[in-house]
Structures are given as structure tokens and as C-alpha cells.
Design a protein around this ligand. Structure first.
Ligand SMILES: Cc1cc2nc3c(=O)[nH]c(=O)nc-3n(C[C@H](O)[C@H](O)[C@H](O)COP(=O)(O)O)c2cc1C
Length: 234
């Protein structure tokens, strides 16, 4: 990235934060993020992420899943899934595994950054067991250069990225939930931004087909909730 333009990178090493396990009080969602028992640690990190042009979420693969450390960290940002604010901020996601399990971790990190409002530009997973092999290392170098270039270009460009069907459906699910909670912190946040009747958080482009399909799924979701015919998940 520095070869493309001078870049300032701030690292946050999750292992050094020493936050306990999120106890699931959901106070951040119901009352406000400032009420989190760990706000003294989490608040300043949220502010640093807010001030950044872009985010890089990275974690190793542990037992074919994201590490407990990363999972615990993002639990402290549950409020941001309910009240996203990182619109226009570009993100990339990365992971290392000895051999396999990249997809699940990259999917999780990508879904997390997107739920916070970021445009996820691209992703990269590396297998550390292969890194001594010159041919693999050359591919990693090539991939890394490509990721850096796409990230810098997206940050410079500043345009909203095309929104996927998954993002539109996730928006509709959050919208249905928020509509059913009048008087809540989330409701006020959504109402102030005119999201309660919108098709998406922003004016980002999306294909007509995915907009129509997301609208159809939203109606099906509302119907199922109204009729009370949601079934246990098997
Ligand atoms: C508890 C634990 C579980 C792991 N699980 C996996 C796994 O499911 N798949 C895999 O490919 N590597 C796994 N690894 C290896 C890590 O992904 C690897 O150590 C990490 O990417 C850093 O690479 P390095 O050890 O070569 O520096 C695991 C490592 C630990 C400590």
C-alpha cells in the first residue's frame, strides 16, 4: 500500500486488549454502546475505526473457524450490526491457516465488516504450510499486491460499491426486527435515517433483480412472523 501512496497503518492486537468474554448483556444494543462494561477499552477502538479510511480485519483459522479472540472482539460491536455507521468506509478481510478453513473465516469477517456498513473490497487467505515454497510465495506476493491495489483504489475512488442480494436481505431482516421495537434505541436510530421504509441503508447501486427478490423475501419474513409460523431450526 505504501508503494502506491503514503499510508498510515494502525494495528490493534486483540490479544493485548485483555477484554473479558462479552457477557451478552446486550446493553450496547438496548441502552447504547457507552453502557458496555468494557467501553473504556472498546470505545476508543471504535473511535479509531471510525476515523480510519479503511479497515483490515485479519485472523488465523483455528479449528476451521474464526478465533475465539476475534469472535469475542466483534461481539463487543453487536450494536454496530443494529446501528451501522461505517458507510463509505472500505474494508478488506484476510486470514491465515496452516492448510484449510479459509472460506468460513473470510465469510465471517466479510459479513461482519459489511454489517457494520463497510464496502468489503476484496479478501485474501493464505496457507502458512505452503509459504516456504517459492511458487506459492510468488502467488501470495501477487495476491497481496492485487489486494493492496484494489484497497487503495477503492479508498481513493470513494464510490459506493454494488450491494449484494445477501446484504439487501440482511438489511430487510434488520428492518423487520427494528420495526417491531418502537420506542427502542434502534428504532429511533433507524427512524432518524428514514431506514424503516427504505430498501437499503444507502443509495448504493444494486441490481433490479436483487432488489425485487429482497423485497419478496422481506414480505415472506413479515408474513411468517405475523402468522406465528416460524419453525424451530433443524
Ligand atoms: C488451536 C488451533 C487450531 C487451528 N486450527 C486450524 C485449522 O482448522 N485449519 C488450519 O489449516 N490451520 C489451523 N491452525 C493453524 C493456524 O491457522 C496457524 O497457526 C496460523 O494461521 C498461523 O500460521 P503459522 O503458525 O504458520 O504462523 C490452528 C492453530 C491452532 C493454534
Amino acid at each position: 500500500m505504501n508503494a502506491l501512496q503514503p499510508t498510515e497503518i494502525e494495528y490493534v492486537f486483540l490479544g493485548k486488549l485483555l477484554v473479558p468474554y462479552c457477557d451478552g448483556c446486550l446493553s450496547c444494543v438496548r441502552v447504547g454502546e457507552e453502557s458496555c462494561p468494557e467501553y473504556a477499552t472498546i470505545g476508543p477502538i471504535a473511535a479509531r475505526m471510525d476515523a480510519a479510511d479503511g479497515l483490515i480485519l485479519g485472523a488465523p483459522v483455528h479449528t476451521f473457524a474464526v478465533t475465539g479472540l476475534m469472535k469475542n472482539f466483534v461481539e463487543y460491536f453487536m450494536y454496530k450490526r443494529n446501528r451501522p455507521s461505517f458507510f463509505g468506509k472500505k474494508a478488506i478481510v484476510t486470514c491465515t491457516a496452516s492448510g484449510g478453513g479459509h472460506k468460513g473465516v473470510l465469510d465471517f469477517l466479510e459479513g461482519t465488516a459489511a454489517a457494520w456498513g463497510c464496502d468489503v473490497v476484496t479478501r485474501l487467505g493464505i496457507s502458512s504450510a505452503q509459504i516456504q515454497k517459492p511458487r506459492y510465495l510468488a502467488l501470495v506476493d501477487e495476491g497481496t499486491r492485487d489486494v493492496a491495489e484494489k484497497f487503495v483504489t477503492a479508498i481513493r475512488g470513494g464510490r459506493h460499491q454494488q450491494v449484494s442480494l445477501t446484504q439487501l436481505v440482511n438489511f430487510r431482516a434488520m428492518q423487520n426486527m427494528t420495526r417491531s421495537q418502537p420506542g427502542s434505541k434502534n428504532f429511533a436510530y433507524w427512524e432518524a435515517r428514514n431506514w424503516l421504509e427504505a430498501g437499503y441503508y444507502t443509495e448504493a447501486p444494486a441490481s433490479l433483480w436483487s432488489r425485487l427478490f429482497a423485497g419478496y423475501i422481506a414480505r415472506r419474513m413479515r408474513g411468517a412472523i405475523r402468522k406465528g409460523n416460524i419453525r424451530p431450526f433443524r
